[in-house]
Ligand binder design. Sequence first.
Ligand code: UDP
Length: 488
Amino acid sequence: AVHAPAPHVVVLASPGVGHVAPVAELATRLAALHGVTSTIVTYTNLSSAASLASLPPGISTAALPEVPLDDLPAGAHIGTRIVTVVQRTLPHLRALLRSLLDDAPAGGVTAFLADMLCPAALAVAGELGVPCYVFYTSSLMSLVTLLYAPELARTTTCECRDLPGPVALPGCLPLHGADLVEPLQERADPVYGLFVDMGLDYLLSDGFIVNTFDALEHETMEAFRELSDKGVYPPAYAVGPLVRSVSDEAAKHHRCVPWLDEQPDGSVLYVCFGSGGTLSTLQTAELAAGLEASGQRFLWVVRFPNDKDSSACYFGGKTTDHGDADADDDPLSYLPEGFAERTRAVGLVVPEWAPQVEVLGHRAVGGFLTHCGWNSALEAMAAGVPALAWPLFAEQRMNAVKLASEHVGLALRVNAREDGVVPREEVAAAARELMVGEKGAVARERARELRAEARKASAPGGPAHQALAAVVDRWKCAAASPAVGDAP
Ligand code: UDP
């Protein structure tokens, strides 16, 4: 018998650490558990190369060349910029896939995976006869809402925040229109149509590989299974929680670690809005004053404020994803006068990239004020740390609804005023409630239970492993019996 080479997959990661890091983790597991080799393809626009620093053997990387974006209006939505990069690099992706397909000794291309923001690339793989999948790096519920976007666009005319009733989708929490993904909030913005198209492009895939787990989304998974059994949607595979493993030496030696070592167990509130989350100047000052007034210990990852864009740091903001800001400007200079000195005994502010997985796993950390990026949410669960939900953009409001729901119960909500600002009194009250209040104690108990569920889900032979094995089996079967018209 001819020895078939190990399956080789190409995984396209959209810009941003929140996408590249889970792609790297998925590729790492595919190599470790199934001997599947992969090529991770990234974009040069907003590179996140540091997330790809230490990959095991069998995983290679390729970067699509930078494409010009200067014809986009200055205030173009981040989603518009990302999708534009995806579209403009398609010819380069096609050429790359062709050359990999011709490289039979390296395994050709068994399957192509595009992450949640680049389903526009699925058509290219389809043309070349390669089975294609979406690697969805957020909740299954948010995937369901994006699959619903084309129907929403067709059957309604108002802005979704003005819909008369909640949006009730199969197996999902009832959602207020305002809690649907933020790019669907303004029909007149070009990003609206781009996200509706994304909902259509997803249907080109042979399956969804979703970074979630059963205990978190049981009902959604059941409802989705029924729909995919009927052929409405491709099947979904829950392979999560995929959380970066703690191994990075630099992370262990970050200056916040010795500071955390000095703090009592469970006493520190970790404050971080992800790789792109950005507060206004006023909000930064209110958050500072609120943390100070709360009397709680805190570790705050501070970014440059921006008064127009809550995702400014993500794409072209002043900080890059690893925090090498302009030497002559300092995010800490935007904090209230004397703040760092007055809070020295209880707080640490870091303007650079923090080793979040390590921080959340530190015994001194007892709470997480988060923008509810999906990776941050999964990392909080994996570490058993309860949260305060402070969503900013993308699908974060929907994630906040889920995290604060009765069923999940990981997070308490932080309430903004009419003008969108969370005042200092609210920050202080929420921080105290989470760290030392009764509701916080309930959330802490739920966080511990979720940690146990997350461990069960990703244990050897557990549901995440089984789901991944099922996908790999499909790849192997497809490779063994190529579709008519494919290579010999
Ligand atoms: N992160 C980190 N240090 C920081 C900020 C973010 O390690 O200072 C990591 C965090 O652990 C998570 C990712 O960056 O894995 C952010 O992804 P998420 O989905 O939470 O939010 P996004 O940045 O995509 O909005």
